[in-house]
Design a binder for this molecule. Structure first.
Ligand code: ADP
Ligand code: MG
Length: 211
């Protein structure tokens, strides 16, 4: 089970991964957007990292709620409200729970995706973060239902997200800034799908021994 302390260390690892990949994410956004995705996310997750130490005695739901609100108020761009909403939806699932179990993590990811879909008026196949997150959720659910092995399920989820990133190269953007490019968005991988995969990879690395 992931308790508050573990969740804080996962969020720290995410902040570090985003910081290390800031240039990559911004470069991807320079091809089909406005060159700020890495800068936006790094600003947000650094702000999150700065608040984590004050949250050690909070419960997992409150921690995730603070993460979501911080992202909404600091990230800017399209991705700020979308990632912020995702964490707020996950927080609502985790509310009043002592920690995060495998089944509740799956529910949290599902709720996060629904939040992004609703807020972004978007769906799979539009060259966004959803093209990584939805296949990841499906792979996670399928593997966990069969094997009840969360580490194995996360491994499949990350592989599906990585395939989703590859798939974004083959499709035209119809949501977000990249949609202004129409066919010129072809051949480029989506920055948001890439950052969503990075978050999942980091969660996977943090939970190899179990949730
Ligand atoms: P902005 O496009 O405002 O500069 P960012 O560069 O931070 O914001 O984020 C861009 C990413 O946000 C895109 O690569 C895409 O994955 C995601 N995105 C944009 N619009 C949507 C949407 N409506 N639904 C889901 N994801 C979206
Ligand atoms: Mg941008």
């Amino acid at each position: 089970m992931t308790d508050a302390k573990k969740l804080i260390s996962v969020m720290e690892a995410i902040a570090q991964a985003v910081s290390e990949n800031k240039e990559l994410l911004t470069e991807l956004d320079s091809a089909i957007g406005d060159s700020d995705h890495g800068i936006n996310l790094d600003r947000g997750f650094q702000a999150v990292a700065g608040k984590l130490r004050t949250l050690e005695s909070s419960d997992v739901g409150s921690i995730l709620q603070t993460v979501g609100m911080t992202l909404i108020s600091t990230v800017g761009g399209a991705s700020g409200p979308l990632y912020g909403t995702a964490f707020l939806k996950a927080a609502a699932v985790a509310k009043n729970q002592p920690g995060i179990e495998a089944q509740s993590f799956i529910e949290m990811l599902g709720a996060a995706i629904d939040g992004i879909r609703y807020r972004g008026k978007s769906q799979r196949g539009e060259k966004t973060m959803l093209d990584a997150l939805i296949p990841a959720y499906e792979a996670l659910t399928e593997e966990y239902t069969q094997s009840k092995n969360f580490a194995a399920a996360m491994q499949k989820a990350v592989a599906a997200a990585e395939e989703g990133v590859e798939y974004t190269k083959q499709i035209i953007a119809t949501k977000g800034r990249a949609s202004y490019l129409g066919e010129r968005s072809l051949g480029h991988q989506d920055p948001g799908a890439t950052s969503a995969t990075l978050l999942l990879q980091t969660i996977q690395n943090s939970v190899v021994g179990g949730v």
